[in-house]
Design a protein around this ligand. Sequence first.
Ligand code: SF4
Length: 689
Amino acid sequence: MKKVTIYLADLCHNQFGLARSSISLGIGTIGAYQIKKFAEKVKVRLFTTYDDLLDGFKEKEPDIVGLANFGWNENLNVKMMSVIARDFPNVLIVTGGANISPYGATDFSGRRKPMSLTEAFSKQQDAQILAKMPHINYFVHGDGELPMHHIVNEYIKHDCSKERMINEKVAAPGTSLVYQNQLIFAGPLQRLKGLDEFDSPYALGLYDEILDKYDLVPQTETDRGCPFECGFCTIGGWTNAVIKHSVEWIKKEILYLKERSKIKILRIANSNFGLLKHDIEIAKYIKNLRDKTGYPNGIRVHTAARGAKERVKNLMQQLGDMLPLNLSTQTFSGEVLANVTRANQSEDVIKEMSLFASKNKLMLSTEIIIGLPGETYESFVNTFNQLFKYGFQSIVYGPLILIRGSDLYSDEARKKYKFKTKCVLIEKSVSVIEDELFFEYDQCPTESSSYTESQYWDMHRVCTFAHMTSRGGYYKELYSHALNSDITFKDIFLEIKNNPSNYPLFSKSLDNCINAMQKHYFSNKNALKNKLAQEIKLNGTVDSVDICCDYQEATAKLLSYEYRKKYIDEFSKAIISLYASKIGTVDDEYCNIIENLKIYTELSIISPQELPEERLEHTSNYDLEEWLNNQCSLSLSTYKLKSAKKFILKVRNYSEHKMLNEVTKDWTSRDRDLFYFRQVVSSNHRRFV
Ligand code: SF4
């Protein structure tokens, strides 16, 4: 019997640098499930770039190709599909992913619960993709393993003939067939009951070619799904039931990756690690493995945003040297949270977690989104004020993106919130194929019913300032000292913003960043396209259109040996000036503390440009350690010592720095900086006492 060859690809652009840092897990689990079900009847290969997939086609034409369909490869898929349809017309083209509605044409009319915006928009969402990609034969709705199994099964039953599949209008549950440019939905499908129903795609060797060729961080998932329903996200809502792997399954996969992967960082792809009880057992296993063998030397994971606080604490006790304690917030505005159907942890829980972080010397981190519906400049700045008051040290931010498949992407949401969007290139996602330019971009609202475009850029300025001073908790102690005298983040930000001549370094950096970023927002797709074409023609790169570069380069400058002290001086000057105008005078002790914290801050920061010393010594007349353990809630003067004391400042995860230093040793300083911000977790950007 003929063996069915299946190629699965989650493509990313690669002509100007690989626009991806992690292995794409979904294609692997879909492939592993087909192997489990069909064994020798199928041959599965995985791909990550356009050229590799095309080479694969030339080596051996597959029977079925499955293309993951996301914002980062939408237009690359358009080209890939048209080439397959033109040059390999017998290959059945299947697609799934966040760009495809998980609901298809499900009939919700009999249901009591009102339809969500995404549910109401689902048919339109799929129609939009079909209009862009008319060569698709089957749309897969939701998780891909089972629907793909039905497609392959039917394919085998129909003599491995694409023609028969289409002409006979073969239905496969969980999919829609494209017939005469119309979608025929075959009905919804239950999700898998558990994830152990397939073997590890790594252990099956499915990722071997990719692992050998690219320096990508491997991903594993201990569970899948999210019980929450944030309106800007495509994960929650339809995946309310969380399905999982057994602990034994995960252990085996991790052990396999320990031996197989060049990159010794491990990414856990769960949306909410710590949500399930067995996550603790997995965390303990990882900690023991690391203690014994050094693997993994870094972990990337999103810990549970809500509930599960005791479990998250327990996880952090295991993995705290590799991770910050992250509590996602996105905003503290109640109105905004309601608009995106999200609830944050209660104030009591945040305070409890902050105390836990201090007592356990963990970095407390969070993420913020600029431009959510209902956000105003005032509410946005207040969120930052709150974050610093709660003791958050690291704040990462990103602009709101209208992601296809999320509530906010729908026409209704756009109308309701009066979003006016601009186009922003997704990293280096640009390719020139057959003399035509293909690129991916995000749609970011720069104006809405609650903020003007000018206020949008003011919010960016706030975030850039926070990134520069707090991405890795750089100025934590200076911020805390200021707060002890009621000088807030907002006070410091406005002092610097309103008096640019007194703070030339910060003012210039912020002006440069905002000016540069504004140039990365294009009024429409064609304007972005023209700019990309021009850049490629003139410079042969698209580096100058990559939005992340500007604020990351500005932060790298602040961390550098050359400028670090100068920035700290300016920041401290702002605190002293605010203190003086508040109290009328500045006493010696206040200045002494500032001087000591300036030296401390300079020592604690790590530059992306060189391998740091693991430990440094700092002498102080104040018990800094006790002050920090007690959340800096009282003035540092309360902790004055009878005689000066030495404190050891230590890097949390030194092995990660050693590895990154090795990987980037021959790189340009710019590339090294950008890689650092992409790969090093915030809690490892500085030393701690
Ligand atoms: S943002 Fe996080 S918590 Fe909210 S729906 Fe998405 S995965 Fe779930």
